[in-house]
Design a protein around this ligand. Structure first.
Ligand SMILES: *Cc1c(COP(=O)(O)O)cnc(C)c1O
Length: 344
């Protein structure tokens, strides 16, 4: 049967109200890519769940199809979100699809160019806040309490419903849950969703390794971070809305939440790209955590089946690559120059 999107496929497992009217861009159904070479190096059976292949380039589309379907079904005319970028692009795309107005609040100057361009292209009204993501989130919470505007951040419960489907897909693909699931943690909606999804699906439970950036690691430090800083802008969050639930997922699963440096994140990004999977920096945090923990033998992932969730596409943040490399060498349009250049 042709694929009709994730709400259609997993409707019986999703707690969505009757008024829900499905708005879909055929999100989900993303590949679980075996990584035999990297897996050999790390001593485990490794897969990447490549969420960058969703319609707007990140896993946010899973939750957004659900949140916007519910909002439009109840008659909302406008959706709003705070975003480090990917939620904005996703909200804008699904609102456009549904014929709704979309407003997105982003922290000034801190959003990757591919994400900002997406939000604008899909027709969102983009507003920069002279503050952090956390400040922007407080504002949208307040305005949605005082007006009929629908909030589509991951504190919206339907976002979690939609995002559970990635856990279902992994179980369907592998026949059961993996031994470990490694993923980045920002506002902590995604780790909450995976854990809820695995518990509900009853195909076994993974141990969960949640990974934060060292400069934005409130769950590792045990306190909010006033000025979060990291190259991984998608997880540059100092006060995770679902922090408690993230700690619960790590605790209940006998997993853990760890922090990795920006260098470790960028190194993991390169490792993935050299296997043909280009992801944005935040998306490489799961692998960075796995590498760091395996290296010191702390993870007991040896010989185990491990799924690393790569949350967003590399094309979202091209400048992180282009700015760190010299521009390609130029030569005359001449055979000998080329042959000399490549040593042929
Ligand atoms: C949103 C996002 C995250 C963080 O997800 P949370 O649900 O906020 O923890 C990680 N990576 C990418 C690419 C994202 O867009």
């Amino acid at each position: 049967m042709t694929y009709q999107g994730l709400i259609h496929r997993y409707k019986q497992y999703l707690d969505l109200p009757d008024h829900t009217r499905i708005i879909s861009l055929l999100e989900g159904d993303t590949p679980l890519i075996p990584m035999p070479r990297l897996g050999r190096e790390l001593g485990c059976e490794l897969f990447v769940k490549f969420e960058g292949l969703n319609p707007t380039g990140s896993f946010k589309d899973r939750g957004m199809t659900a949140a916007v379907s519910e909002a439009v079904g109840r008659g909302a005319g406008t959706v709003i979100c705070a975003s480090t970028g990917n939620t904005a692009a996703s909200a804008a795309a699904y609102a456009a699809r549904a014929g709704l107005r979309s407003i997105v609040l982003i922290p000034e100057g801190k959003v990757a160019v591919g994400k900002l361009a997406g939000a604008i292209a899909y027709g969102a009204e983009v507003i920069q806040i002279q503050g952090s993501f956390d400040d922007a989130l407080s504002l949208v919470v307040e305005i949605t309490q005082k007006t009929p505007i629908a909030l589509v951040n991951s504190i919206n419960p339907y976002r979690i419903e939609g995002q559970k489907t990635s856990a279902f897909e992994i179980c369907d693909e592998l026949g059961s849950a993996p031994d470990w699931l490694c993923l980045p943690v920002g506002n902590a909606g995604n780790i909450t969703s995976y854990w809820a999804g695995f518990k509900q699906y009853q195909k076994g439970l993974p141990r969960v390794l949640g990974v934060q950036a060292a400069g934005a690691a409130p769950l590792v430090l045990g306190r909010p971070v006033e000025k979060p800083e990291t190259v991984a802008t998608a997880i540059r969050i100092g006060k995770p809305a679902r922090g408690e639930q993230a700690l619960e997922a790590a605790g209940q699963s006998n997993g853990k939440i760890v922090a990795v440096s920006d260098e470790e994140i960028l190194s993991a990004q390169r490792m993935l790209a050299l296997e043909g999977v280009w992801v944005e920096p935040a998306s490489a945090a799961g692998l960075a955590g796995l590498v760091a923990e395996s290296g010191v033998g702390k993870l007991e992932a040896k010989g185990k089946r491990v799924v690393v969730v790569c949350t967003g596409h590399g094309m979202k943040d091209p400048s992180i690559i282009t700015e760190s490399f010299a521009s390609p060498k130029a030569i005359p349009a001449d055979y000998r120059a080329l042959a000399e250049m490549i040593g042929a």
